[in-house]
Design a protein around this ligand. Structure first.
Ligand SMILES: Nc1ncnc2c1ncn2[C@@H]1O[C@H](COP(=O)(O)OP(=O)(O)OP(=O)(O)O)[C@@H](O)[C@H]1O
Ligand SMILES: [Mg+2]
Length: 386
């Protein structure tokens, strides 16, 4: 069954109205524009791939029959020092971060959502295509890669070059704003003129984007995210217990017991024990981290995100307010923190909803665009409105 992107909304509208009247209007519009109205439907072709090149995780989605086959791995490359010889990519390389012997370096090619090392990012893109195609890159014809809204031309070109190196022609590589991909992947009615909003709170960056008529009308990209929360946890623990914990431990504590301060949602306070280094004795020491400490660590990040949303609300025209009120979706791993959604609602008065699959929507949206690039064409979007 083809996946309908723009069809649903139109159908709903038709049911609400007098059919005969609608048909008459449809005919008038057809004459006016001389184009056949058409439901854009996507045949799920296995020869396309969507890639979300994230600071922390790379996610690959491949349309398979009626759903997506999802693969993901940490965006980390380990290479032999002084060479370009790749020793490991993904989980194995992630474990090496901060722990490598002298002759190995483990790198996260993306920092704060930006490609910091083009050379290493290429390895990630190529690995994504290999993993996503079940080790058969020649079976892939078209790839769409989600990048932050403010990605530079050099970064976009680097992604195209990397895919070209595994045999996919540059013309068949689409580089797409990841906020738009997230909106498409979470099924938001992006083609409508009413406006929708996406908040993508990731590891290294957070995007707030307003979309209307299928394009981005306003966007703020901030270089903050879950990574900063992890670092704040390390700092708070050291201040309070004089114990230094590793960043992996901090992240684990955040995921297992973390929360965001909220007044409207009752959140159970939990505790987790972690081991760090006592800075007085230099010996290992066990300490307890609770949800409240994580909430304090998350607070500066949450406040920045809230401020960005409110700045956008200050700027947007009133025509877009009701659409945003009805259709704001939170995506990205950081949005999964307990209380995050409630806090956004408290501070912005927008009843946001958390995406069903906050970690994979960008890749899925990109896969839809790869399967049907016309999704992005203005004529198609406008036609879908009718
Ligand atoms: N259940 C959870 N609770 C809180 N944080 C989580 C949870 N699951 C994942 N995270 C955090 O989400 C972040 C990863 O999210 P995501 O995969 O969306 O980021 P990314 O796309 O790699 O980064 P970016 O978009 O900034 O480039 C990490 O900081 C991770 O610790
Ligand atoms: Mg992301």
């Amino acid at each position: 069954m083809p996946l309908k992107i723009f069809g649903r909304k139109k159908k709903e509208k038709e049911e609400d109205k007098n059919m005969a009247e609608e048909e008459e209007r449809e005919e008038e519009r057809e004459e006016e524009h001389e184009i056949e109205p058409e439901e854009i439907s996507i045949e799920f072709t296995e020869n396309s791939l969507g890639i979300d090149l994230g600071t922390m995780n790379t996610v690959v989605a491949r349309p398979m029959e009626e759903e997506f086959k999802i693969k993901q791995f940490p965006s980390v490359v380990a290479v032999k020092k002084g060479t370009n010889k790749v020793l490991a990519i993904g989980e194995e390389a992630r474990k090496m971060l901060g722990r490598t012997p002298e002759d190995i370096i483990a790198v996260r090619p993306l920092r704060h959502g930006v490609i910091e090392s083009v050379e290493y990012a290429k390895f990630i893109v190529q690995h994504a295509i290999e993993v996503g195609s079940d080790n058969d890159p020649s079976s892939i014809e078209r790839v769409a890669v989600g990048v932050p809204g403010d990605a530079t031309e050099v970064e976009r070109e680097a992604i195209k070059e990397a895919t070209a190196e595994v045999g996919i022609s540059k013309d068949n590589v689409i580089v797409i704003n990841e906020a738009l991909a997230a909106a498409i992947g979470s099924g938001l009615p992006i083609a409508e003129p009413d406006g929708t909003m996406i908040v993508d709170a990731g590891a290294g960056s957070t995007d707030v984007a307003v979309i209307s008529l299928g394009g981005i009308t306003d966007q703020e990209t901030m270089r903050i995210g879950g990574d900063d929360i992890d670092r704040n946890i390390v700092e708070l623990v050291e201040e309070e217990y004089n114990v230094r914990i590793g960043i992996h431990e901090a992240e684990k504590a955040k995921i297992e017991v973390g929360m965001v301060f909220t007044e409207t949602e009752d959140i159970e306070v939990k505790e987790i024990e972690v081991i760090g280094k006592d800075m007085t004795t230099n010996k290992p020491k066990q300490i307890t981290i609770d949800s409240e400490l994580v909430a304090r660590a998350a607070e500066p990040v949450v406040q920045d995100i809230v401020r960005a949303i409110n700045r956008i609300l200050d700027r947007i025209p009133s025509e877009l307010v009701s659409g945003i009120y009805e259709n704001t979706v939170l995506v990205g791993g950081t949005s999964m923190m307990r209380g995050f959604r409630a806090r956004i609602e408290e501070e912005t008065d927008i009843p946001a909803r958390l995406a069903d699959d906050p970690l994979t929507v960008v890749a899925k949206g990109a896969a839809i665009v790869a399967a049907e690039p016309r999704t992005l064409e203005p004529e198609v979007r406008l036609r879908a409105l009718r």
